[in-house]
Design a binder for this molecule. Structure first.
Ligand code: COI
Length: 354
């Protein structure tokens, strides 16, 4: 459902585009000229508007600042060789956003505000979509509780916003990953499947400790036994063992249902690999490495795209990979990039025209 909502637009007088550096743009540092903002009050969404990117004026008692009732999404937009703008699978993110909202006792955002609001915002700032390999316009829809009350309860008021940020690669080089055994990201029954802001806050200590040891990110393990791999800090994870790509299944609700994960599953199958979504123990991974059957390991995420793992450390056991010799992950990345950047046919209906 698009084109059904009238959104008032206030444009900037002077664009910041020319002063924004577009060489190796760091993730999430620069924002386009405009943003979308909407309020939920008295049981309905209102005040939907597109306006110049600007600070919010918030009470120090704003509920989200105290209890973290806040969710977000990450989506990317690209330009095709003809200069037309497309968003990659935004409807999947829209659906996941409202699943996160439900889990955190927040109101659903209507489709026309999310989808049509995003489309109109990108149409307005389309000259900010980078036109370089591994670059894209990162789209950040988010919602937070905005009651000025510090009692612990779901808010009556919420704000929904969309920001746009031109960005380069999240990880420029293959990653070093540390298997985390002390801290836990998510337990069954918790909020692991939701894109809840607090999930990322809760991950920061483990990530900081891994960084001190020279690792880029942690690989989380299941909360009950610390036996099964879950996901990497900002992405889902795949291991190619023999001729099968294996990624942890989503059945326990502890793993984010990644849109790039789902894309990778489809494309890997089309490439002729077997793909299994199932519990995968760290022992199975280390055993396969010792036997020489662990061929590739990589992460998938909107920000991270498809990122190779060059080192994986479990306790004192270090697994090194010569990523230059890999055949599946680089091909997967090329296929997905070609679809996103409009050089290959979009046979799955993944590209949403702005
Ligand atoms: C994304 O890939 O869009 C994410 O949300 C990860 C992010 C926290 C960097």
């Amino acid at each position: 459902m698009t084109g059904t909502i009238e959104i008032p637009v206030t444009k900037v007088l002077n664009s910041r585009l020319k002063e924004t550096p577009f060489e190796n743009i760091p993730f999430g540092k620069y924002f386009t000229d405009h943003m979308l903002e909407a309020d939920y009050e008295n049981g309905e969404w209102k005040n939907v508007e597109i306006k110049p990117y600007q600070p919010l004026l918030l009470s120090p008692a704003t509920a989200a600042l105290h209890y973290g009732q806040a969710i977000f999404e990450g989506i990317k937009a690209y330009k095709n060789p003809a200069g037309e703008s497309f968003i990659f699978r935004p409807y999947d993110n829209y659906q996941r956003f409202n699943k996160s909202a439900e889990r955190l006792q927040m109101p659903a955002v209507p489709e026309d505000i999310f989808m049509e609001g995003m489309r109109q915002l990108i149409a307005l700032d389309s000259s900010w979509i980078p036109n370089k390999p591994d670059h894209a316009l990162y789209i950040r829809p988010f919602m937070f509780s905005s009651d000025e009350v510090i009692g612990v309860k779901p808010s009556d008021n919420y704000k929904f916003l969309i920001l746009l940020s031109p960005t380069g690669p999240y990880y420029a080089a293959p990653m070093k990953i540390y298997v985390e055994e002390e801290y836990v990201r998510a337990a069954p029954g918790g909020v692991g499947f939701a894109k809840a802001a607090g999930n990322y806050a809760a991950a920061m200590l483990a990530t900081a400790e891994a960084r001190k040891q020279g690792y880029d990110q942690v690989l989380w393990m299941d909360a009950n036994e610390h036996k099964y791999v879950q996901e990497i800090g900002t992405m889902n994870v795949f291991f190619v063992i023999g001729d099968t790509a294996i990624t942890p299944d989503l059945s326990e609700g502890t793993i984010l249902n990644g849109v790039t994960r789902s894309t990778a599953i489809t494309v890997l199958k089309e490439m002729g690999l077997k793909v299994e979504e199932r519990p995968l123990s760290i022992e199975e991974i280390t055993d396969a490495y010792k036997k020489g059957t662990l061929k590739e390991a990589f992460g998938t995420g909107t920000a991270a795209t498809i990122s190779m793992i060059r080192e994986l450390r479990y306790k004192d056991f270090v697994m090194n990979f010569d990523t230059d010799t890999w055949q599946y992950c680089p091909k997967l990345k090329d296929i997905v990039t070609d679809i996103r950047e409009g050089r290959a046919a979009d046979t799955h209906g993944w590209m949403f025209k702005v």
